[in-house]
Write a protein that binds this ligand. Sequence first.
Ligand SMILES: O=C(O)CCC(=O)C(=O)O
Ligand SMILES: [Fe+2]
Length: 264
Amino acid sequence: MSPEQVAAYRDQGFMVCPEFLDPAELQDLRAAVLEAIASMNGRRKIAGPGADLQEGNEYYDRVFTQRINLWRISDTVGRYLRSPELGAMLSALEGVSGFRVWHDQAFIKEPFANPTALHIDNPYWSFYSRHSISIWIALEDATPENGCLCFMPGTHKLARYDNAFLRDEFSALLDMYPEMREIAPVVAPMKAGDASFHNGLTAHGAGVNMTLKRRAAMSCAYMPDGSTFNGQQNVLPDSYFSTLKIGDVLDNDQINPRLAAIGS
Ligand SMILES: O=C(O)CCC(=O)C(=O)O
Ligand SMILES: [Fe+2]
């Protein structure tokens, strides 16, 4: 990554990275994600240990099919999302020496799906950091017609920890941050295999799916190593959550594995 790309990411709070995966990698990851989702029965959204998040909100369930922590049930997913090369990119973008996986998420926007309301990610999570970051990998082409992402440039510098929910109206976030109403969203179509990165405080959303095909994507959120517990459970399993006090370092390798450094 060039210094110009890093500077642009830090200024805008997001970056699109064309051809992040080559065609063979794309096929490999897409197959692994779809297989892992298919292996999860019922309405529970998290694979393996985690909070008891279930489908059940009519509107939210029609934003996308959301399945979390596929890294626990698919070695292939884990290998891509925890690769040292990806870790090096995250570190360069955020200027942070090490990251842990916060959670991964598959987002399958089905035909006629609702839009993904504008929101910021980090306020949902169990730590606060201005340097959390997510990758979002298009497993199929994401277009303005089928609900590609949009990012609001520079909003990571304005965001506090007030947030909207994904079941809210598309623009509910702007009621909390009226100053963002003047910022034009950047619509980010991506080809299958392209990826984007966004800071955990960058406002973003996605449109409705106006096509007859699904829009499949795989994402992963990363927490700077050393981040501390803020009191929120989010995806943490009850057994771990109940042991935590505000301010404890979130350093459980079973729950939030550290990304290995290149060469280690
Ligand atoms: O895929 C979507 O529609 C939403 C993705 C998102 O909010 C994220 O990756 O943080
Ligand atoms: Fe998000």
